[in-house]
Design a protein around this ligand. Structure first.
Ligand code: DGL
Length: 251
């Protein structure tokens, strides 16, 4: 089976990595909208147009399922995408629910892009679940750009995070929700700053579980294509040099 992954950039690779572990015999197509990343700081209509053009491209690639491995894209387009296409479309949203279920009294801090935080999808989810007014929100848009520049564990990133967290009193929080797939690359740095008594949660595992439930029963594609990954950047097949860099992030 051919399963497509879509993200504004490389963040969705963190989800693809877990999906490959769960479904090792499928053929994968990974589409990063590198021409338009970052989505999170752009107006909603502009981002929606980018998503629709990317998914239109993917729809022509004989795919049997699509994972929108991007919280931002999911929040602005998932229902319209599902209405338009016949193949199953799996989306992602910040893992607020598991954070609330595990919560024993302290606060929950949801990190996401500015656009995700502005959208009604997250607001609706939070108002349904946040009965005790424990959830706070914070954008970390800068991490998306760092990730796209393959800038991970560097002093520049460290300084950015230190600045963002300058007035944060960590002892108030029990859980941090990483509500953007790009943020997963910085999990260890955020954990080190927040301290080990705080739990970091993301939506990757839930998304992969949903994908497995959706496609799990169907048989795989021809044997010679199993396990193969095709990489695209905004509709253009990636160069061997970029593929090499992306593959390293899947290790
Ligand atoms: N990776 C995307 C997400 O999960 C957003 C990155 C962006 O701002 O483009 O929200």
């Amino acid at each position: 089976m051919r399963i497509a992954f879509f993200d504004s950039g490389i963040g969705g690779l963190t989800v693809l990595k877990q999906a490959i572990a769960a479904l090792p015999n499928e053929e994968w197509l990974y589409y990063a909208d590198t021409r338009n990343v970052p989505y999170g700081v752009k107006p909603k209509d502009e981002v929606r147009a980018c998503i629709f053009s990317a998914v239109e491209f993917l729809a022509k690639q004989d795919i049997q399922a699509l994972v929108i491995a991007c919280n931002t894209a999911t929040s602005v387009a998932i229902s319209d995408l599902r209405a338009r296409y016949d193949f199953p479309i799996i989306g992602m949203e910040p893992a607020v629910k598991p954070a609330v279920v595990k919560n024993t009294g302290k606060k929950i801090l949801v990190f996401a892009t500015s656009l995700t935080l502005r959208e009604s999808k997250l607001e609706t989810l939070i108002s349904l679940l946040d009965k005790r007014n424990q959830i706070e929100r914070r954008e970390l848009d800068g991490l998306v750009t760092f990730a796209e520049d393959f800038e991970f564990d560097t002093p520049l990133v460290q300084n950015y995070l230190l600045e963002k967290f300058a007035n944060t009193r960590w002892e108030q929080y029990q859980t941090l929700v990483l509500g953007c797939t790009h943020f997963i690359f910085f999990r260890d740095m955020i954990q080190a700053l927040a301290g080990n008594s705080i739990e970091l949660i993301d939506g990757n595992e839930g998304t992969v579980r949903h994908l497995v439930r959706t496609v799990g029963q169907k048989t795989s594609a021809a044997l010679d294509s199993t396990g193969r990954i095709l990489f695209y950047s905004s509709g253009v097949e990636d160069s061997p040099a970029r593929v090499h860099r992306l593959m390293a992030l899947l290790k």
